[in-house]
Ligand binder design. Structure first.
Ligand code: WTA
Length: 649
């Protein structure tokens, strides 16, 4: 939705929803947590850190003397995998299910904590045998299968930071990340199942690695059994390398600030940012928020984050948070409509899921498919449902609560980012009277605010920029290889304060509504994409002279990608073909998720006198709105000309 639409929609839904009385009475976290954290924030995070088993205790909760570079749990040592797996087995929970895995084609696997321990130990031994050392970065390009978790935890166990690359990215995108991160070791699979078909993964890795000479080993999980090309000496089957290894492996304790993983995410330039997370603070942040926001009762809950492990939501709430809390989770490989549009609800019914966490774009798709589809399934096991990744419009929120939550469950709209590592703004399900569409309040221990242009807190009923005023445990520590950009992107806009890049509004009660990005980042079906990145991809094609990309409001996907392209003289007359060619080019450069919905061929772009493209006006055109103020344009008639070109006039 556009900002205007969001604000308009905010006005329409004024109901609030109190937590059910029995939920509130049994909630893990009660209202006093806010007060305790406010009185003694570091004491609060000290207490939360007791959720983690430390091999060596920390001496200080936080060292912020090198701000904005935080050190949390100074001097503490721990192993993330030990915390996610071994300690639960030691505590007699070896038989508890860690994952109910459901393949897209209906194949299933049950992974207990003991199975997880065995598999992770074998994989860790294999990685070491193949030369992976502490500190080496390992890239993981995988479908949603249990081996993806085994691989991540094996890396964490030996202190080799992983960088998981979402399976929808192209060969070029893999190569960029592998090069930027200095990766020498890649884990992939032959393919994965998507929409009923075996889609290739290894082929993309093979292509990527033609420009990554430093990669010496590619470990390949056999998932689909499809044909793969094989580079002798470099490629090894996972089963050959892992299956024969010992299930014994002693986890080494690493410093709290040892890098756990790097996750690339789109920023406002063409180059993705390598967001670095470290071990101690991240484990505390994910474990605590998973416990507090999802009210996890590990003995009885069946938790389902319906997201991809290739994004931060999967890292924090399919892998590290839930496992740290000894939770039973569902992991589903495929798409929501394979083989039918009731697939998710069939899964909820089958495993008696108690908590579901997904993105608004999925919810809006289900709305479009119709409420009669979930109504065919027994969803009465659900006791809490959550939303993440983009603003949820009040209509979708209310639909979700009614048709999935049975008009009974609390809904938590959780705001956070790849950079944050953990949820920062969200209702507490046993405390907060929720408002449809509002993330409500910063969690206990989090100090977030909405700032005016000149860095003052806004008043009620005012909008501004979302900021975080105090460090939090799961925060990013820097951008891999680009500490200057870390400083510039997040800390220079308002000195000493974390600038999120989102716009937000405080309502009449002071509650926070997140509106969406205020920069050149788009949110398409919950995927973060940069306009500049797609523009660079377009311009890299021979036929293109100039390109401008904007995110236009879309009722289902949140935003859609609209490209305006000026062709080189030599490429004129290409017609529909050139549009198809350019669309494919973007898929090759970044991935299918970045493919523009429309590519409009225009003769010129609206620019200011200093030559800056005025994307705001292009958005007006793409959204079919009267263009706003164009007085700063070098040539004010250009908008009219573009509009007539676009409408075919
Ligand atoms: C948006 C996903 C409104 C926001 C965990 C943010 C949201 C970006 C919400 C981060 C929410 C995420 N309400 N907007 N509850 N959650 N966003 O890094 O624009 O993939 O900056 O992390 O998604 O996306 P990312």
């Amino acid at each position: 939705m556009s900002t205007e639409q969001t604000i308009a929609a905010l006005g329409r839904e004024s109901r609030t929803f109190e937590p059910p009385a029995d939920f509130a009475a049994n909630a893990n976290v009660k209202a006093d947590a806010y007060e305790r954290a406010e009185k003694d924030r570091l004491g609060f995070w000290d207490e939360a850190a007791q959720r983690i088993t430390w091999a060596e205790p920390y001496t200080d909760v936080l060292d912020w003397s090198g701000a904005p570079h935080a050190k949390w749990y100074v001097g503490g040592k721990l192993n993330a995998t030990y915390n996610c797996v071994d300690r639960h087995v030691e505590n007699g929970l070896g038989d508890r299910v860690a994952y109910h895995f459901e393949g897209e084609g209906g194949d299933t696997r049950t992974i207990t904590y003991k199975n997880l321990q065995d598999e992770v130990c074998k994989a860790a031994n294999a990685l070491t045998a193949l030369g992976v050392k502490t500190g080496d970065r390992v890239a993981i390009y995988m479908p949603m299968i249990p081996e993806t978790v085994f691989a991540m935890l094996a890396c964490a166990r030996i202190g080799a930071p992983h960088t998981v690359i979402f399976g929808g990215f192209s060969a070029k995108a893999i190569a960029d990340r592998v090069q930027d991160c200095g990766v020498e070791f890649v884990i992939t699979a032959d393919g994965g199942y998507r929409k009923g078909k075996a889609s290739p993964l290894k082929a993309a890795v093979d292509e990527a690695l033609t420009s990554c000479p430093d990669v010496h080993t590619v470990l390949v999980v056999k998932r689909t059994g499809q044909e793969v090309a094989w580079t002798e000496g470099r490629d090894k089957w996972w089963s050959d390398a892992v299956d024969g290894q010992s299930t014994e492996h002693t986890p080494e304790a690493f410093d709290a600030e040892h890098p756990l993983y790097i996750m690339y995410s789109s920023g406002t330039t063409g180059k993705p940012k390598g967001i670095l997370h470290t071990t101690g603070g991240y484990m505390v942040g994910t474990s605590y928020t998973h416990y507090a926001v999802f009210d996890i009762k590990p003995e009885t809950d069946v938790f389902w984050t319906a997201a991809d492990i290739g994004w931060v939501t999967g890292h924090s709430y399919i892998v590290y948070g839930p496992l740290a809390n000894a939770t039973t989770s569902i992991m589903y490989e495929g798409t929501p409509d394979t083989p039918h549009q009731g697939r998710w609800w069939e899964i909820v019914q089958k495993y008696k899921a108690t908590i579901l966490y997904c993105a608004p774009t999925a919810i809006r798709t289900f709305m479009k498919w119709g409420h009669q589809i979930p109504a065919e399934y027994d969803l009465s096991s659900l006791r809490l449902i959550g939303s993440v990744g983009e603003p949820i419009n009040p209509e979708a929120w209310v639909w979700y609560r009614k048709n999935i939550g049975g008009d009974r469950t609390p809904v938590v709209d959780t705001w956070w980012q790849t950079e944050n590592g953990q949820i920062l703004i969200s209702p507490l399900p046993g405390v907060t009277a929720t408002k449809p569409g509002a993330a409500m309040r910063p969690l206990p221990g989090i100090v977030a605010d909405v700032f005016t242009e000149d860095g003052k807190p806004v008043g009620n009923n005012e909008g501004g920029y979302l900021v975080v005023k105090e460090p939090w445990p799961g925060m990013l520590r820097t951008l891999w290889g680009d500490d200057d950009r870390f400083q510039r992107t997040y800390w220079d806009r308002f000195p000493g304060v974390y600038f999120a890049g989102d716009g937000a509004k405080r309502d009449q009660d002071g509650d926070i509504w997140v509106i969406g990005r205020v920069d050149d980042v788009m949110n398409v079906s919950g995927h973060r994409l940069s306009t500049t990145e797609i523009e660079s991809a377009l311009v890299s094609h021979d036929a293109v002279a100039e390109a401008a990309v904007v995110g236009a409001a879309d009722a289902t996907t949140g935003q859609s990608i609209e490209a305006f392209v000026i062709l080189k003289q030599s490429a004129h007359g290409g017609g529909e073909d050139i549009v198809a060619t350019l669309r494919q080019h973007v898929r090759d450069e970044i991935g299918a998720i970045a493919s523009p919905r429309s590519i409009m061929l225009v003769e010129e772009l609206p620019k200011t006198r200093s030559g800056k493209i005025m994307r705001r006006l292009l958005r007006d055109i793409a959204e079919n709105r009267e263009p706003g103020d164009s007085t700063t344009l070098a040539d004010s008639s250009v908008v009219d000309r573009i509009r007539s070109e676009v409408s075919g006039g």
